[in-house]
Design a protein around this ligand. Structure first.
Ligand SMILES: Nc1ncnc2c1ncn2[C@@H]1O[C@H](COP(=O)(O)OP(=O)(O)OP(=O)(O)O)[C@@H](O)[C@H]1O
Length: 251
């Protein structure tokens, strides 16, 4: 469980997160949505400790993360998996080396133990026999799977995903969304996903926070969204004519 309490963050006196509070429960997919520039990435980075917040508190279970000394914060960070936009694999390392990297950095496992763990994680994301391929030799969807395998290799308690299906076709996006949801449930991970993708919202939006101009404007589930009486949310979610018609039909 991650809890944000009254988060305020500004840059050069300009407030970009204004008093945001939210609970992110484990075992479900928590989505942060909002227009470009609304503050989603700043919120995600603040929650993970990459931005120092001006005020408020961030709890990881019962521990106040933002007030911890550096060493203890680092220990919690080792329980965090991250999936970055574009995958962020090392181009000069092959798939196995990319997935193994957190094990090399943070564990004292033997090489054969590491190889077993890497193979287990690659299998979990439905990738086989790609260990020796380089990122340039695999598809965008495979890159995301490798990024997911790397994010789970240390058995994280918390998983942060920044636009996990950016650049993917709609079918591959659904597969990646479903994979993240399955892994979240299977290992009871607290997962927070930053997304613009309305298909993701309707597919895996078990808990959704809508950010508007730096404020939490609406909160609910994918089922609530269809009936939400919130103009900014509706303008954002049902922006296209097709989405508007789909909503009318559903209503
Ligand atoms: N390091 C920074 N320094 C100054 N301003 C920043 C910084 N990072 C973000 N901002 C500002 O904070 C606001 C929110 O940015 P943020 O990246 O969180 O938006 P977003 O909702 O993630 O947008 P997008 O969907 O386009 O990625 C923007 O106005 C942005 O210019």
């Amino acid at each position: 469980m991650i809890r944000a309490e009254h988060i305020v963050k500004s840059f050069d006196g300009r407030v970009v997160l204004n008093d945001i509070s939210a609970d992110f429960a484990p075992g479900i997919t928590n989505l942060i949505i909002g227009q470009s520039g609304s503050g989603k990435t700043v919120l995600l980075k603040s929650l993970v400790g990459l931005h120092k917040i001006d005020s408020g508190n961030i709890y990881y279970n019962d521990v106040c993360f933002n007030r911890l000394p550096f060493k203890e914060r680092k220990a919690i960070r080792e329980e965090v998996g991250m999936i970055f936009q574009g995958g962020a694999l090392l181009d000069s390392s092959n798939v196995e080396e990319n997935v193994r990297l957190p094990l090399d950095l943070f564990t004292t496992m033997s090489m054969s133990e590491k190889r077993d763990r890497v193979n287990f994680c690659l299998k979990r994301v439905n990738l086989g026999d790609v260990n020796h391929l380089y990122p340039a030799e695999i598809s965008g969807g495979m890159i995301k799977r490798v990024a997911i395998a790397r994010a789970i290799v240390l058995n994280p308690k918390y998983l942060f995903c920044d636009e996990p299906n950016s650049g993917l076709d709609p079918m591959t996006s659904v597969l990646i969304d479903n994979l993240i949801q399955e892994i979240t449930q299977e290992y009871n991970i607290t997962t927070i996903i930053n997304t613009h993708d309305m298909n993701s919202v309707m597919e895996i939006g078990e808990h959704i926070i809508f950010i508007h101009q730096g404020q939490k404007w609406w909160e609910g589930t994918k089922h609530d969204i269809l009936h939400a009486d919130n103009r900014e949310l509706n303008d954002f979610v049902f922006a296209s004519a097709m989405a508007k018609r789909a909503r009318e039909v559903e209503m």
